[in-house]
Design a binder for this molecule. Structure first.
Ligand SMILES: [Zn+2]
Length: 456
């Protein structure tokens, strides 16, 4: 008798709790935001997760067991945090670095530091050649035949990542069209402590595929001075890089199902893969643990958000964007908004608002409407320094969703300390400030909640 009564009581309690969760009207946005920020600012969860990713799993290039281990870890953490989590298979292409070295042969023998660029071909044995220094693509063209049989060094000052990265991506094919046999690129960074920066490159169809590597700012400046003083420079480049075929990776997805519009989705995105140097701490381990933390806080709300919120740890951002492409192609629900953190883990100053479309007038109208809708969010995040909102590109992984009409938000971090360690062996855990992680998670949680709750 007692047992039956107890069972009935438990049944009625659990029924009433779940009924209340479904039916309840949520507290005002201001009060939910204050709770989310308060919980985020005292949480050690994202730091614990980032330490595990960095110190126990390490860097996570597409095609490596470490990446798949990190993806499994993301799924298990999100499941433990109360999200419904799963893995989405993603076909990927695999590139591997192999062993590589660079030595100066003239005017003096020296071992130099380098990092081969992602998707570069190897050298098929040591490649020895003279070095010709080019300041720009125009300067390269003006050099004409002088580059034939040589290794071209693009010594181009950093004027902004977007402005300068074209030399890393397209430098090899431009030089190959003029007969060069290899390319060295001054690392895409404003400053350096003798750290080369890797990153993806690509080959044009109409040029031979020649090997390409990044060198430090210091060595680029030195070679420039040698060239300016008329001294011939010769180097030997050896790269074992190769395409390693195809594989299946995964996006790790965790969902907090919406209480009344479960088929509309707000994404909290980041990328779980990294380059094969350093620990992928700021690029983009920090973004992933901040997104997971935001998901954890939203899953713990007494009244779930109106729309569904999905944490997506995208795979293969660095050298393929296959995770972003597969996610967008296989979208099963209406995606109304997407938030991404992939600009390191400096102090978050707010968001870059990203609206895309073919019709400029419609885009302007949607931008103004989104700015108006997000003004209260900016006001709520102002006290933690994250109240900024400016129109700009949001993020590479959510870009396909934004092009399909979703509102895009990129966490707008202070990147002063980021570019110097971006894609280098120096992207390691101890450079991350735990408070910036907490603030990033708070900003992502509040923005996701608002976008899941508000009318638009
Ligand atoms: Zn990144």
């Amino acid at each position: 008798m007692h047992r039956v009564a107890a069972a009935l009581l438990v049944l009625s309690l659990s029924t009433s709790v779940s009924a209340r969760r479904r039916a309840a009207t949520p507290p005002p946005l201001e009060s939910v935001a204050a709770d989310l920020i308060g919980a985020a600012l005292v949480s050690d969860e994202p730091w614990r997760e980032l330490a595990h990713l960095c110190d126990n799993i390490g860097h996570r290039l597409t095609g490596t067991p470490a990446l798949e281990e990190a993806i499994d870890y993301g799924v298990s953490e999100m499941t433990a945090d109360g999200l419904t989590a799963w893995k989405q298979p993603v076909p990927v292409k695999v590139w591997s670095r192999g062993t590589e070295s660079l030595t100066m042969d003239a005017p003096m023998p020296r071992a130099l530091t380098l990092l081969g660029l992602g998707w570069s071909v190897g050298t098929n044995g040591p490649l020895s050649a003279e070095v010709v220094v080019a300041d720009s693509f125009d300067h390269l063209v003006s050099l004409g035949d002088a580059t034939a049989g040589k290794i071209v060094l693009f010594d181009v000052p950093f004027t902004g990542y977007g402005q300068t990265v074209g030399y890393r991506v397209g430098g090899a094919s431009a030089a190959a069209r003029q007969g060069a046999v290899g390319v060295l690129v001054r690392s895409i960074s404003p400053e350096s402590l003798y750290t080369p920066h890797t990153g993806a490159m690509s080959y044009a169809e109409d040029a031979p595929r020649i090997p390409a590597a990044a060198i430090s700012l210091e060595d680029a400046a030195w070679m420039r001075r040698l060239a300016d003083s008329g001294q011939p420079i010769a180097v030997t480049l050896t790269m074992g890089a190769q395409d390693s075929g195809e594989a299946v990776s995964h996006n790790a997805i965790g969902e907090v199902t919406g209480r009344s519009l479960p088929d509309e989705v707000v994404v909290l995105g980041c990328h779980i893969d990294s380059w094969d140097v350093g620990q992928g701490a700021q690029d983009d381990g920090g973004g992933c643990v901040a997104a997971m933390e935001a998901g954890r806080l939203l899953a713990a709300l007494p009244v779930p958000p109106r729309r569904s919120v999905r944490v997506v740890l995208y795979t293969n951002e660095e050298n393929g964007l296959a995770g972003a492409q597969t996610y967008a192609e296989e979208v099963d629900k209406k995606h109304v908004a997407a938030i991404e953190s992939d600009t390191g883990m400096g102090a978050p100053g707010g968001f870059r608002l990203d609206i895309r479309g073919d019709d400029d007038a419609v885009v302007a109208q949607r931008l103004a409407a989104a700015e108006a809708m997000l003004a209260p969010v900016s006001a709520l995040l102002g006290p933690i320094g994250a109240g900024g909102l400016r129109p700009a590109f949001s993020g590479a992984d959510i870009a396909p969703l934004v092009r399909s009409g979703a509102i895009g938000l990129g966490v707008d971090h202070d990147t002063t300390g980021y570019w110097p360690i971006h894609h280098t062996a120096a992207d390691t855990l101890e450079k991350v400030d735990p408070d910036n992680l907490r603030r990033t998670a708070a900003a992502m949680a509040v923005a996701a909640y608002a976008l899941a709750e508000l009318d638009y």
